[in-house]
Structure formats: structure tokens, C-alpha cells
Ligand binder design. Structure first.
Ligand SMILES: [Zn+2]
Length: 498
């Protein structure tokens, strides 16, 4: 419709000008308008060329994706030039080889990170697209070989298909398509390939020490439309001495998950615990008497720490029961600060929320007690309007006088890029134009690859509601999604760099 409007504009104003043959010069307004209309038509035409290049090169795209999926780039032992193992370094080298073949100017930064620039330059390009070549281990349960690409019913299976090798190849083909179209870019762009995203992003930390990241940066290692807010994160440890009534306590394996299992051995307790049966929704207890000691196990439901309300915390349920039965002061203090079912941190004094990212969430996720030393670990995801310092001092106040010692093991401040920024607005409009879906911003409780950058956002590659078995067995990206991603990235490059 817009195009028709432009032609109408030309017909109404320019043609009469010629017909009347008046010597009057076109007003500068008309010239500007005409220039912008021609540019619009040209861009429209070039975008069609770019999209048709992507459509007609989908087989090449899949062949290149197969090349890198075949390298099982799971983190391994450090070697010379391979800080995260030989396979991760090999996958990076292979990707850079493919980029070199596409006429990009490539660099391998000590096996940590690789770059591929649109124009060769000594200056930092203005746009960066950040992907990673490392993958999580295959695990079990695959119906196809995990380290090969298998196409079935429009799905491309293989470890890394969606996270993040598929998106990396889509980004490369976006660049290739723009290059082929001959459209000149006023701003340069860089593809950046990391090798340690799945194990702490030490790759990016290394790269940032060597040089700055592009001012406009997005990673297709998250979700569409745009993730512009990531909560702050804290990992806290508590330590205290216990009395003789607690022989052992154990529960939770990972700090970033709601624990589904916990057990305790209490001395001198013979009581039946049936009175606790229906108090903790979602938890099942079982007991066993072992020579005057009571062993209690609690089973609940696991969940990711960024959505703790969907789980049932076996550790906090067990703590409450243990506190009631044996009255140990340290156990009672923990049980009081972390009551079962509470995930907003109210009892430990940190409940807070903001409009963009929502409420704070927290999980007491790992617990152990051996030889009279009780240790517990807590995961906290706090809103954008708070600092780690504010949360830590609130926690310190809450434990004051309980005998619990507190230590912050990991501190990560919130990450936020305003929705109103020109960069985010342009990404949203590109998403709307290519997909026909409504664009909007999302704030999440987890951290993405750009968490520690300035101004970076996650843009793709998962579409809302789409299935892909990320990190699981039979991970896949659909052929359709791969192509749509490439088109979105190409449109983003044109929007941001011309
Ligand atoms: Zn990833």
C-alpha cells in the first residue's frame, strides 16, 4: 500500500509538472520527497533480492550448518590455542573458514572468539551479531545422531541446531545475501563467534579485555521479539554450626534449580511425621527408623531458578519439618527465613518489584550438614531497579543475630537497554515487518550472552511458543525458522547499517 502511495505521489506532483512544462524549479521539499521515495522503492527492490537469495540458498545454508554440527564442540581440556578444548576451537576455525569463503574479513582471537567483518577495517564495526560455537553435551535419548544434521519433516536435528549454530549460520547467510545484493552499507558489521557461552562466557570476557564490542550488539541466543531486560543475580552461601540433634542434611544438586529431593537424619526423634503430610502442597515425605534415629526424605518438583513458583522445594519443606522436630537454632533460623512455598524473599527481607522486570524471585536450593556444619545456598534474581548492594545488605539484616554467616559467591548486576532506544525500536520494527507479528520487549529472570555487555540485547532465534528441545535430546530448528531468521537478520542489517 505504501508503494502505491508513493507512485500516486509521483503521478500527482511530478507528471503535471512536466505536462505543464513550467520553467519553475521543483521546490526543495519536492526534491527531498522524491529522493526518499526513490530510495524507498530501491530498498524495497533490494530487500526482495536479498530475501530471494536466502530462499534460493537454503540448501547451501543447511550444508554449512551440517559442517559445524559435525564438530562436537562440548567444552574440553585446555590446549594450546584451544582454551575450551580442541573441539570448541575446531568448530570456531571451521566457522571462520566458511566466513572466509563468503568473502568476509576474518580473525581468530587466540581460540577464544572469532570475528568476521563485512568490510575489512581496523576500526570497531558499528553493528555486532554475537553467536556461539560451543554446545552442551549430547546427553541421552536421541533418536538421531546428535553430532550430525538429520532432516525429517522439515526439522533439522542436531546438537546446536537452535543453540546456537543454526542462528550463527542464519546470520552468516543474512550477511552473504546483503553482500550479493550489492547494497552499500554506511556502517560496518561484525559477526562474533564465541566458544564458551555454555560454561560461563569466559570467551567474551577475554574478547572485551582485548577490544571493545560494537556499539549496536544483538545475540540470536535468546528469544524474539527482543529481550532488553535481564534481572540481577546473586548466589549466596549460609554457614552455621548445628547441635547434636542433626546428624545429616542433604538436598539439591544445582544452585540454579528448585531442589526436588532432600533428606535428613535426626537423632533422638521417634515421632510420627504424619501431621506434616498435608501442609506442604506438592511434597511427599517418607520416614525410616534407623536405631533411634529418624531418616526423613522429601520429594518435590524441580524447576529453573528463574521460575521457582512452578516447582515444589523439597529442601525448604524438609527444613520446616526438621526445625519442628529437633528445634536446632540454625535449622530453625533457616526454616523461618525460607518458608516453604515462598519464592519472593519476603521472610528474608528482600521482597521487591519493578514495572519492567516484575518481582524478585529466590530459591534456597542446596543444603548440606555434616560434622556439625550446616551449609545452604540461595539463588536470587532481583529486579532492574535494585543493586546487588541493596539486596545483600537486606539479607545481612535478616540473618543478624541468627548465628548464620552469609557470603556472596556470585554477583551480577541487572542488564537493561531502554525499549525507547533507537536500536531496540528498529529491531522491533524489523521483526514486525518480516514476521507480520506484533513486536514487544521482554525482561527475563535468566541471563543471556549479552548480560555483561553495554547496550546488547537478545534478538531471536526462538520464536514465541516454538518448540526446539534446546539443551535436550533431539534438538532441532525447522527449515522454515532457519530461513526466517536469516531474513530477519538481513532486514536488521539493512535497517541498522544503511
Ligand atoms: Zn546459547
Amino acid at each position: 500500500m505504501k508503494l502505491l502511495g508513493n507512485f500516486q505521489f509521483i503521478a500527482e506532483f511530478i507528471v503535471p509538472y512536466k505536462v505543464n512544462g513550467e520553467k519553475k524549479a521543483l521546490s526543495s521539499f519536492l526534491i527531498t520527497r522524491l529522493k526518499s521515495d526513490i530510495l524507498f522503492i530501491e530498498t524495497r527492490y533490494t530487500m526482495e533480492k536479498i530475501f530471494s537469495y536466502i530462499d534460493s540458498h537454503s540448501e547451501d545454508m543447511i550444508a554449512d550448518l551440517r559442517r559445524i554440527i559435525r564438530i562436537p564442540s562440548v567444552m574440553g581440556e585446555q590446549e594450546d590455542g584451544a582454551p575450551f578444548g580442541k573441539n570448541a576451537a575446531d568448530a570456531l576455525a571451521e566457522m571462520l573458514d566458511i566466513c572466509r569463503g563468503a568473502g568476509l574479513s576474518v580473525r581468530n582471537i587466540d581460540g577464544y572468539v572469532g570475528t568476521a567483518d563485512f568490510y575489512p577495517t581496523s576500526e570497531i564495526p558499528q553493528l555486532g551479531i554475537l553467536c556461539h560455537m560451543d554446545v552442551v553435551p549430547a546427553g541421552t535419548g536421541w533418536s538421531v545422531p546428535p553430532f550430525d544434521l538429520t532432516e525429517k519433516d522439515g526439522k533439522l536435528f542436531g546438537r546446536g541446531a537452535i543453540d546456537d549454530k543454526g542462528p550463527a549460520i542464519a546470520a552468516l547467510y543474512a550477511v552473504k545475501a546483503v553482500k550479493e545484493s550489492g547494497m552499500p552499507l554506511r556502517k560496518n558489521l561484525r559477526l562474533i563467534f564465541g566458544t564458551n557461552e555454555e560454561n560461563g562466557s569466559a570467551d567474551l570476557a577475554y574478547y572485551r579485555k582485548k577490544e571493545s564490542l560494537p556499539e549496536m550488539l544483538f545475540t540470536p541466543d535468546g528469544e524474539y521479539p527482543v529481550i532488553n531486560g535481564e534481572k540481577g543475580m546473586l548466589r549466596i552461601s549460609y554457614r552455621a554450626e548445628t547441635g547434636k540433634s542433626i546428624e545429616a542434611l542433604k538436598g539439591g544438586m544445582m544452585i540454579n534449580a528448585v531442589p526436588e529431593y532432600a533428606e535428613a537424619i535426626l537423632c533422638g526423634v521417634t515421632e510420627d511425621i504424619s501431621r506434616f503430610e498435608n501442609i506442604f502442597d506438592g511434597i511427599t515425605f517418607s520416614t525410616e527408623q534407623i536405631g533411634g534415629k529418624l531418616k526423613i526424605t522429601a520429594r518435590g518438583k524441580s524447576a529453573h531458578a528463574s521460575t521457582p513458583e512452578t516447582g515444589a522445594n523439597a529442601v525448604t519443606a524438609l527444613l520446616s519439618v526438621a526445625a519442628e522436630l529437633c528445634g536446632d537454632p540454625a535449622v530453625s533460623a533457616l526454616a523461618r527465613l525460607f518458608p516453604y512455598g515462598e519464592t519472593d524473599g519476603a521472610s528474608v527481607g528482600i521482597k521487591c518489584a519493578d514495572e519492567v522486570s516484575g518481582g524478585l524471585t529466590t530459591v534456597l536450593s542446596v543444603i548440606s550438614c555434616e560434622g556439625g556444619i550446616l551449609e545452604a545456598k540461595q539463588d536470587v534474581r532481583f529486579p532492574l531497579n535494585k543493586t546487588s548492594g541493596e539486596i545483600i545488605s537486606a539479607l545481612e539484616k535478616a540473618v543478624d543475630g541468627t548465628g548464620l554467616e552469609l557470603r556472596a559467591d556470585m554477583i551480577s548486576e541487572p542488564h537493561y537497554v531502554p525499549e525507547s532506544s533507537e536500536f531496540v525500536q528498529k529491531l522491533l520494527s524489523v521483526y514486525e515487518r518480516v514476521t507480520g507479528e506484533k513486536g514487544y520487549c521482554v525482561a527475563i529472570g535468566g541471563g543471556t550472552y549479552v548480560h555483561d555487555t553495554v547496550g546488547g540485547v537478545a534478538f531471536g532465534a526462538e520464536f514465541p511458543g516454538e518448540e526446539n528441545h534446546m539443551h535436550g535430546a533431539d534438538e532441532f530448528i525447522t527449515r522454515k525458522s532457519l530461513i526466517k531468521n536469516a531474513k530477519i537478520f538481513a532486514a536488521a542489517i539493512v535497517e541498522l547499517c544503511t
